[in-house]
Design a protein around this ligand. Structure first.
Ligand code: C2E
Ligand code: MG
Ligand code: MG
Ligand code: MG
Length: 281
């Protein structure tokens, strides 16, 4: 009977949901201790200048080496960390770790060291101590502020007003680079964009699909990319293309005038030694 059927489905749905809730609870409960005991680590992905293929920057991407569940990617715990507020201590840890790494690279490569880009959640920009924390970290590491870039997603930055916006402006004035991440996936107010203290724009990987070789090429996507690059340049911003997977995409981006690119074509995110192997080859 339909009702019994529906009832079973409903029960099944509940069990599944329950298991998910338990898993989330388990992860959330462990997170504070995990930050303390360094279960988190950071992988780095090259950001390459399209004109000459030089590695100019890297993006720091956090991972969790969970004692029970193994390696977890950020998609499995960042949302949870944001909901619980644990993103604040976790984000501070990532920033410290990335800065330590930037310091090490500066010691080895001097001015040729790549800048290090760190993802920052909207929740972190609300912290009244953000600007001081970053200033203190940079001073302690004796790093020029331009060796660090902060990435905020398009939706996070578009929602930024008042104190958080002042914080971003203060950081930008200090010389810290600010980037808009995943540009083109949310709702941008283009008029607002010109008032933001932004240094670069990261074009979302989904636009790169249309830049593949025929028959996968999509001229509408290609026109969107070239228009966004032109707009960003007109506003004085640098452009990074994300999710570049094949040489055709890289070549078309170079012809369009996009500044830098990041993606599996160049390298997947990996340990700092992989960046060093690249810089030394
Ligand atoms: P994101 O900041 O947009 O980072 C780029 C994501 O794209 C990374 O996924 C990277 O591994 C992946 N990627 C790179 N190249 C390619 C490619 O060619 N093709 C495809 N399909 N994917 C590529 P990942 O490491 O899983 O990170 C996912 C998201 O988690 C990040 O997206 C970022 O929003 C967030 N995240 C990572 N680390 C942190 C962090 O320390 N703090 C915060 N708040 N968020 C973080
Ligand atoms: Mg990012
Ligand atoms: Mg991105
Ligand atoms: Mg993202």
């Amino acid at each position: 009977w339909a009702k019994a059927d529906g009832k079973n489905r409903w029960a099944g749905y509940n069990y599944e949901r329950n298991a998910r809730e338990v898993a989330r609870f388990t992860l959330a409960a462990r997170m504070p201790a995990a930050v303390e005991s360094e279960e988190f680590y950071v992988d780095y992905q090259p950001i390459v200048r399209l004109a000459d293929g030089k590695l100019v920057g890297v993006e720091a991407l956090v991972r969790w080496s969970h004692p029970e569940f193994g390696r977890l990617g950020p998609d499995q715990f960042i949302g949870l960390a944001e909901e619980t507020g644990l993103i604040v201590p976790l984000g501070r840890w990532v920033l410290r770790e990335a800065t330590r790494q930037a310091r090490r690279w500066r010691d080895i490569y001097g001015d040729q060291a790549p800048w290090v880009s760190v993802n920052v959640a909207a929740r972190q920009t609300v912290e009244p101590t953000l600007v001081d924390d970053i200033a203190t970290i940079l001073r302690a590491a004796e790093l020029p502020p331009s060796s660090i870039q902060l990435e905020l997603t398009e939706s996070a930055i578009m929602a930024t007003t008042g104190v958080p916006l002042e914080a971003l402006r203060a950081l930008s004035d200090m010389g810290v680079r600010i980037a808009i991440d995943d540009f083109g996936t949310g709702y941008s107010n283009l008029a607002y964009l010109r008032h933001l203290p932004v240094h670069s724009i990261k074009l979302a990987g989904r636009f790169m699909e249309g830049l593949r070789a025929a028959p996968d090429a999509d001229e509408a996507d290609a026109r969107i990319v070239s228009t966004l690059v032109e707009l960003a340049h007109a506003l004085g911003h640098d452009v990074v293309a994300e999710g570049v997977e094949d040489p055709e995409q890289a070549e078309r981006l170079r012809l369009i005038g996009c500044d830098t690119a990041q993606g599996w074509l160049f390298a997947k995110p990996g340990p700092p030694e992989e960046i060093e192997r690249w810089l030394e080859s």
